[in-house]
Ligand binder design. Structure first.
Ligand code: BGP
Length: 475
C-alpha cells in the first residue's frame, strides 16, 4: 500500500534562516536579527544579560541579515523545488515584515505584498504552501517594550497579526502552523518567545507564563483561521522527543515519563484544549501562579488544532545516574545512547525512533500527524567537477522515510506529509553556521558570510525527486 495518494512531499525552511533582506521594504528587526553567529551562539542567546548588551550595542556578525537571500532568490529556489516535484513547501512569515514593531497601527503593505508573490509563485508550480505564523522571529520591539511573550500584551497583538495574514492569504494558503517548536520556549525563552529571563532554569514562573501566553495565542489563531478560511487546516508544532529510559531501572522509566511531560504538555493543551492534571499539580507544587485571563480556559477549549506537526531529528535517553555524560543535542542534553550513531554535531540518529514516535503521538492524540522537519546537518564537499555526493544525507533520509512508511502502512498511523528541514541550505538555528547543511540544494556561502550565493543540485536532489515521483516507492 505504501504512502497514500495525495501525500504531501516537500521541504521546509523559515524566514529568519533563509530570507535575509533583514531591513528591506520596511521590515523591523526580529529577535533572530540580534543573535550572532559563531561557536558561543546558543550559550549567548540563552543568556539574558548577554542578549541585553547585544541589543543595546549590536556589533558582530549576524547570520540572519543576509542568510541565503531567499528574499531575492525565491523564484529560482521555488523553481528548483518544483523540479524535485514538491507538493508542499513549508516556510514562515516574518512577523516583523508585516508589523515591523509588532504593535504598529497598520500592517506594512510591502511586507504583505512579498508573501503574496511568494505564495503565488508556489501556486504557479502547483506547490501548496504550509505556513508557520511564528518561527523563532518575533519583532524585537516587542522584547524591548513588553519583554516578549512574558507579557500578556502579546496575545492580542499576535491575534491581530494572525487575523491579518489569514485574511490576506485566504485564497493562497490552506495549511497553517501556529508556533514553531512551542516547547522550546522553556529552554530558550529569547529564541522561542522573545523574552529575556535571567536564569530561566531556576526562574520558572516567567518561562511558564510565556508558554501559557503562547498557548492562548495559538488557540486564538486556530479559531480565527477556522472563521476566516473555511476548509483550512491548522496545526501546532513541537520539537518532538523520542525519549527512552536509559535502563529498565524504575527510576529511569519514571524520569522518562517526567521528561516526556515537559514536551508533551504543550501538545496536550493544543490537542485537547486544557492543561493535563499532572501540569496543574506541578504548577501548584512549584508555586507557579500563572496569570490567566477570565476567558483563557474557554479559548483553549475552543482552539484545538486540526493536526499535530513536529520536528524529529534524533532520540534521547533519560538516566537517573548523574555520572552519565550528556549527549550533544538539538537544544537538549541527555545520556548518550550506546546503540546509536551520532551526526557530526552529536545528534543521535534513530530512524526506528521515528516509527515509535509516530505511534506514540497517534495513540496519544488520534489526530493526523505531519512531519514538518527531519534531516541530517552535515558538512558537504564540493568536488572539482562541482558535484556534491551527499550519500550520508540520502542514507539518513531513506531510513527515516522507510520508518515513516511502516508506521503508515503496518501500524495505520495517519501522516499528512513530510517536509525535510532545510531543503535548501540555510543558517543553522542553534549554531548560526552555514556549514551545517541540510539541503538538497547547495548554497555557496560559508560561516563567515562569504560566497556567491549560487545554488547547485546535490546528489540527494535527484534521489529525492525520484522518491516523490514514485510516491515513496523508489527510496
Ligand atoms: C529546529 C528548528 C529549525 C532548524 C532545525 C535544525 O529546532 O525549528 O529552525 O534550525 O531545528 O536545527 P539547527 O539549525 O540548529 O541544526
Amino acid at each position: 500500500m505504501g504512502f497514500p495518494k495525495g501525500f504531501l512531499w516537500g521541504g521546509a525552511i523559515a524566514a529568519n534562516q533563509a530570507e535575509g533582506a533583514y531591513l528591506a521594504d520596511g521590515k523591523g528587526l526580529s529577535c533572530a536579527d540580534v543573535v550572532r553567529g559563531g561557536k558561543g551562539r546558543f550559550a549567548e542567546m540563552t543568556d539574558a544579560g548577554a542578549m541585553r548588551k547585544i541589543i543595546a550595542d549590536p556589533t558582530g556578525f549576524f547570520p540572519s541579515h543576509e542568510a541565503i537571500d531567499f528574499y531575492h532568490h525565491y523564484k529560482e529556489d521555488i523553481a528548483l523545488f518544483a523540479e524535485m516535484g514538491f507538493k508542499t513547501f513549508r516556510t514562515s512569515i516574518a512577523w516583523s515584515r508585516i508589523f515591523p514593531n509588532g504593535d504598529d497601527a497598520q500592517p506594512n503593505e510591502k511586507g504583505l505584498a512579498f508573501y503574496d508573490s511568494l505564495f503565488d509563485e508556489c501556486r504557479k508550480h502547483g506547490i501548496e504552501p504550509l505556513v508557520t505564523i511564528s518561527h523563532y522571529e518575533s519583532p524585537l520591539a516587542l522584547t524591548t517594550k513588553y519583554n516578549g511573550w512574558a507579557s500578556r500584551e502579546l496575545i492580542p497583538l499576535f491575534e491581530r497579526y494572525a487575523r491579518t495574514v489569514f485574511a490576506r492569504y485566504q485564497d493562497k494558503v490552506k495549511y497553517w502552523l501556529t508556533f514553531n517548536e512551542i516547547n522550546c520556549t522553556q529552554f530558550a525563552p529569547f529564541l522561542g518567545a522573545g523574552a529575556l529571563i535571567d536564569n530561566p532554569a531556576e526562574n520558572r514562573q516567567p518561562v511558564y507564563q510565556a508558554s501559557h501566553n503562547q498557548l492562548v495565542a495559538s488557540a486564538l489563531a486556530v479559531k480565527a483561521c477556522h472563521e476566516i478560511i473555511p476548509g483550512a487546516k491548522i496545526g501546532n508544532m513541537i520539537a518532538a522527543m523520542m525519549i527512552y529510559p536509559y535502563t529498565c531501572r524504575p527510576e529511569d522509566v519514571w524520569l522518562k515519563t517526567k521528561e516526556e511531560r515537559n514536551t508533551y504538555f504543550y501538545s496536550d493543551v493544543q490537542a485537547r484544549g486544557s492543561y493535563p492534571a499532572y501540569m496543574e499539580r506541578f504548577f501548584e507544587r512549584e508555586r507557579i501562579a500563572l496569570e490567566r485571563g477570565p476567558d483563557d480556559a474557554r479559548i483553549l477549549r475552543e482552539g484545538t488544532v486540526d493536526f499535530i506537526s513536529f520536528s524529529y531529528y534524533m532520540s534521547m535517553t533519560a538516566s537517573s545516574d548523574p555520572a552519565l555524560a550528556g549527549a550533544e543535542g538539538n537544544l537538549f542534553g541527555g545520556a548518550k545512547n550506546p546503540y546509536l550513531e551520532s551526526s557530526e554535531w552529536g545528534w543521535q540518529i534513530d530512524p526506528l525512533g521515528l516509527r515509535t514516535l509516530l505511534n506514540f503521538l497517534y495513540d496519544r492524540y488520534q489526530k493526523p500527524l505531519f512531519i514538518v522537519e527531519n534531516g541530517l546537518g552535515a558538512k558537504d564537499v564540493v568536488e572539482a567537477d562541482g558535484s556534491i555526493n551527499d550519500d550520508y544525507r540520502i542514507n539518513y533520509l531513506r531510513k527515516h522515510i522507510q520508518a515513516m512508511e511502516r508506521a503508515i502502512d503496518e501500524d495505520g498511523v495517519e501522516v499528512l506529509g513530510y517536509t525535510p528541514w532545510g531543503c535548501i541550505d540555510l543558517v543553522s538555528a542553534s549554531t548560526g553556521e552555514m556549514s551545517k547543511r541540510y539541503g538538497f540544494i547547495y548554497v555557496d556561502k560559508d560561516d563567515e558570510g562569504k560566497g556567491t550565493l549560487a545554488r547547485s543540485r546535490k546528489k540527494s536532489f535527484s534521489w529525492y525527486k525520484e522518491v516523490i515521483e514514485s510516491n515513496g516507492e523508489k527510496v
